[in-house]
Design a protein around this ligand. Structure first.
Ligand code: ATP
Ligand code: MG
Length: 334
């Protein structure tokens, strides 16, 4: 199911928590929404999932407007949504199977159907035979698996994940992200992944929107955003997952200070040597790293280019011709 947002706004008193957000979230994708704490992510999700009404603007599921529904319609439409959260929100008085059964009981499904569906869901999330487990005996990763199974119980078209992996260690995070991706493809779900972790965007999402102070500052394919980020917020998020740290390069005092971003096959080519030989430029490499984003190799290099400004300019032009994104940083005085 495709989700369309048109100029959504939500204020709390004088605070513009969501301030004019327009987005199209395509069907059958994992779509990331990233932002710092307080950026408005959870508020946006509450609007999109019909838990709260916007002050103005519209929400569409496919072509159906859903932000102005009556109570009865809302209950119906909400069946098309599953949600999971950072703190799992499971019932501690129920075991794993009973948690998963809950939404089906609410819908008055037959007992026998519920039982077989619970078994199916336990298997889907890798918890076969663990239905009897009291919630308190499960690890964080297992709890999130139960929560995912419960969210999918009545076959929603959309799964919202609000910081679903923020309470998990890196290895468990990877296994939960892999599970979500696998389920997305199996069930043709639209997954909306709310996060403040760029690893989550890099490892799980197809597209991403960067939210800052209630605004979308950047939106696009994850590999495009990683290879040529535009806003400072996005650059900060990216540098948090690149092993190229600003602090390493602060002591540079001569020549320019450039960030080069390579993608795809250009990470294998001897681009620096080629440009150096062609222009006479000297590269002083301060830091460099490569990471895989959505199956594509993306490289980052921080370098000074010399020996003088004219040659550096030529080198930069040449690099850009070769498909490298080049950004000149302002020099820090130190
Ligand atoms: N019910 C509310 N009443 C008043 N202010 C609110 C309410 N909900 C959110 N806010 C404010 O709106 C802003 C956005 O909050 P929101 O919870 O959407 O941010 P977030 O991006 O989800 O942050 P976090 O990463 O910390 O979860 C914050 O300044 C918050 O204090
Ligand atoms: Mg939040």
């Amino acid at each position: 199911m495709e989700i369309k947002l048109r100029n959504l706004k939500r204020n709390y008193g004088s605070l513009h928590a969501v301030d004019g957000v327009s987005l199209t979230i395509p069907s059958n994708t994992v779509y990331g929404i990233i932002g710092r704490s307080g950026a408005g992510k959870s508020t946006l999700v509450r609007l999109v999932s019909m838990l709260e009404k916007p002050d103005s603007g519209e929400v569409y599921y496919d072509d159906k407007r859903v932000d102005n529904l009556s109570k009865a319609e809302l209950i119906d439409e909400r069946r098309r949504i599953g949600m999971i959260f950072q703190n799992f929100n499971l019932f501690s008085s129920r075991n794993a199977a009973e948690n998963i059964a809950y939404p089906m009981e609410i819908c008055h499904m037959e007992k026998g159907d519920i039982k077989s569906r619970v078994e199916e869901l336990l298997a889907l999330v890798g918890l076969e035979g663990r239905g009897d487990a009291p919630i308190s005996t499960l690890s964080g990763g297992q709890k999130q698996r139960v929560a995912i199974a419960r969210a999918l119980a009545i076959k929603p078209a959309i799964l919202f994940c609000d910081e679903a992996t923020s309470a998990l260690d890196p290895q468990t995070t990877r296994s939960i992200l892999a599970l979500i991706k696998e389920i997305q493809q199996k069930m043709n779900l639209t997954v909306v992944m709310i996060t403040h972790q760029m690893e989550v965007v890099r490892d799980a999402c197809d597209r991403v929107a960067v939210l800052d102070s209630g605004h979308i500052v950047e939106e696009g394919l994850v590999s495009d955003i990683f290879s040529s980020p535009k806003s400072d917020v996005t650059k900060d998020f990216i540098s948090s997952v690149t092993n190229v740290q600003e602090s390493i390069v602060r002591w540079s005092n001569e020549g320019g200070h450039y960030t080069l971003r390579f993608r795809g096959s250009s990470t294998d080519e001897p681009i620096i040597s080629t440009v150096s030989a062609a222009t006479g430029a000297v590269f002083n490499i301060r830091a460099a790293g490569v990471q895989t984003v959505n199956g594509e190799e993306l490289g980052v290099m921080i370098a000074d280019i010399g020996p003088d400004e004219a040659i550096a300019e030529k080198a930069v032009a040449r690099l850009r011709e070769m498909g490298v994104s080049v950004e000149e940083e302002k020099k820090e005085a130190n």
